[in-house]
Every structure is written in C-alpha cells, then in structure tokens.
Design a protein around this ligand. Structure first.
Ligand SMILES: [Zn+2]
Length: 125
C-alpha cells in the first residue's frame, strides 16, 4: 500500500472529529480551540447531569459521524481510491466512537442517521 494511502487513513481517523469543532464554533460564535474544548466540557457535564436524572436526550448533531456521510465517502471511493482510504479511517474512528459510547452508557446521545436528523429538524420548524 502506498504511503499516501496510510496518511489518508491516519488523517481521516481523527479529522472526522472536525464536526465537533464546527459545532462549538457555531455555538460559541468564536474560532478559539480552547473555547471549543470548554464548550464540550460543559456539554459533557450537562450530559452526565441528564443521565443521573434519567433524561435520555440526543447531544449535538455530528454530520461527519452519520451513516449517510460514511456511505457517500465510501461511494466516492469508487471514483477515486483515496476516498476509500479516507472511508477506512472514518470507519475505524466510528467503530471506536460507538464502542466508547456503548461502554460509557451514552449510546443514545448520538444521531447516527442524517435523514432522521433532517426529518426531526423539518418537523420542528
Ligand atoms: Zn468522533
């Protein structure tokens, strides 16, 4: 396997979390990485509080972590093989995410399907 493909797998395995940062930037209206970390720390505390009260609600929506986004990148892999290796990195990341969510008892917090999110969003507006 060419070295470039390994680099793509490596980069995709953590750059997929860029959607966490963009969520924080949108909520904070600021590009600061420190503020983004603070935002997520606060969200984690709210999440733990909700769970202790038995409240099971979804967290922020993460586009790059949806099944549809994974599928789109996988399909683009048929056009350019680089996307296939990006898909592998994303899949590796997502499998670790899902196992972490399961083991920490917060599997319900994430929306895994873009179309579910879009449908709920349209209903609310
Ligand atoms: Zn993630």
């Amino acid at each position: 396997m060419p070295f470039g493909y390994l680099v793509l797998i490596f980069l995709a395995s953590f750059l997929i979390d860029f959607d966490h940062y963009t969520n924080a930037v949108i909520k904070n209206k600021h590009l600061s990485l420190k503020k983004a970390f603070d935002y997520h720390k606060k969200k984690r505390e709210e999440e733990l509080m909700d769970i202790s009260k038995g409240i099971r609600k979804k967290g922020d929506f993460h586009l790059f972590h949806t099944i549809e986004f994974h599928a789109a990148i996988g399909i683009l892999g048929l056009i350019w093989s680089g996307f296939f290796y990006i898909f592998i990195g994303m899949l590796f990341h997502s499998l670790l995410d899902v196992s972490s969510l399961l083991f920490t008892g917060v599997f319900h917090r994430r929306e895994y399907f873009f179309f579910n999110y879009a449908r709920k969003k349209l209903r609310r507006n």
